[in-house]
Design a binder for this molecule. Structure first.
Ligand code: PGA
Ligand code: ZN
Length: 399
């Protein structure tokens, strides 16, 4: 039988963008962010933009909503009548930072949603059946509001055999920690990512989370977000008034890894300190993950690979502003045996793109929080995909 010719495909109106609309919605911290609705013959496909509180210097630059909305009628003209698969080419031609990395990302996500009819995981990887462990934020501080200097105290339910079980374990840990701090009247409520905040210093918070995580068979991690506590050559810990040189910081982190059997440490040094990242990676048997240092940028990652700085990378699509740039960085990471951790932002929306991305790229970990609709939307999407694929299984985390 003859195959459908390319000519017919290329003229098919199915692949055309008929309309684009922009609107503002509220994110996790009740600030306005942009949402795109892309209308094609197949339906309307939407995407909304996340953003961070501890935005690194090397992230692609976003534009303010007002500027984007003002420029939108002109920008829109460049996409109407064009094929969905050409959206990224048009974006690259105009320039991601000229459009604004936030608008660029949502255009690129909406296009891939349209192309795949909302089945991105399958579109990107037909065979994907490997699921990431959800890395959940239990106690928080730093730039996300809270008492501690370390930004996140995290849990990873490594013994779970299904995504559903993994989500349940994280929720139980989160609830147990909540009960404990409320009973002792030290709770300060939830922060931007839905993590607890409480009157416990860094080490005591880690102590509490690791004790409760152990009861549930989960391992523990931290995101130091060290750039936020770094000033003129020292790391400042506000609770204990400790100030550490980079060498002392290295010893402190190594000590935490040993004492609490940490499986995961993110951004233990500021974003330009490749040297200490690499020293720590050499000395510790732990996932040493770079967020601000790599900013999902392929060039910065390549520099890290050369210096053996870290063995894992946080993947935040908004840091680079397009799906293909994100995929390119993931490919480079995988080739170099760096673990990819697909991640939400503190000021996220209910968009579920990162869940599809994590499955499609067989990333072993997804960092998307535990509590709040911006976090559970991604977890629900993972369960939905789990129920659709043949022979789903959890990823392997070997360090
Ligand atoms: P952010 O925090 O989204 O506020 O940058 C998350 C992180 O640092 O991993
Ligand atoms: Zn981080």
């Amino acid at each position: 039988m003859l195959r459908k010719t390319r000519i017919i495909e290329s003229f098919s109106i199915d692949n055309m963008i008929k309309d684009l609309e922009i609107s503002e919605i509220y994110n996790a911290v009740k600030e306005k962010t942009i949402k795109i609705s892309m209308k094609t013959e197949k339906g309307i496909f939407t995407a909304s933009a996340p953003s961070g509180s501890s935005e690194g210097e090397y992230e692609a630059k976003t534009l303010d909503n007002e500027i984007i909305i003002k420029n939108f009628p002109e920008i829109k003209k460049k996409f109407i009548g064009k094929r969905e698969k050409n959206v990224e080419r048009i974006i690259e031609k105009i320039g991601i930072e000229k459009i604004g990395a936030n608008l660029s990302l949502v255009l690129s996500i909406a296009a891939i949603k349209a192309l795949s009819k909302d089945n991105i995981y399958k579109f990107l990887n037909k065979k994907s059946n490997i699921f990431p462990y959800p890395l959940g934020n239990v106690i928080g501080g730093g730039a996300h509001k809270g008492y501690t200097s370390i930004q996140e105290f995290l849990v990873l339910p490594v013994r779970a055999e299904t995504v559903k079980e993994a989500i349940k374990i994280n929720q139980s840990i989160w609830k147990d920690v909540g009960k404990f701090i409320k009973l002792r009247e030290i709770s300060l409520g939830n922060n931007y990512e839905g993590a607890w905040t409480c009157k416990l210093d860094d080490v005591k918070s880690l102590d509490l989370v690791s004790h409760i995580a152990e009861n549930h068979g989960a391992r523990v991690g931290i995101d130091v977000a060290a750039y936020e506590i770094y000033k003129k050559g020292k790391y400042y810990y506000k609770d204990t008034k400790k100030k550490l040189s980079p060498g002392e910081q290295l010893e402190f982190i190594l000590d935490l890894i040993k004492t609490y059997r940490l499986l995961y440490v993110e951004d233990p040094f500021h974003e330009d300190d490749f040297k200490h990242f690499s020293e720590l990676t050499k000395k510790a048997r732990c996932l040493i993950v770079g967020d601000d240092i790599f900013a999902t940028d392929s060039k910065r990652l390549k520099r890290g690979i050369k210096k053996k700085a870290g063995n894992g990378i946080i993947i935040k699509p908004d840091q680079v502003g397009s799906v293909s740039r994100t995929l390119n960085t993931i490919e480079i990471a995988k080739k170099a045996n760096y673990k990819t951790i697909v991640s939400h932002r503190s000021r996220d929306t209910t968009d579920t793109f990162i869940a599809d991305l994590a499955v499609a790229t067989e990333s072993p970990i997804i960092k998307c929080g535990i509590h709040g609709k911006e976090r559970t939307s991604k977890l629900k999407r993972l369960v939905q995909i789990w129920n659709k694929v043949k022979k789903p299984e959890m990823a392997k985390i070997n360090i």
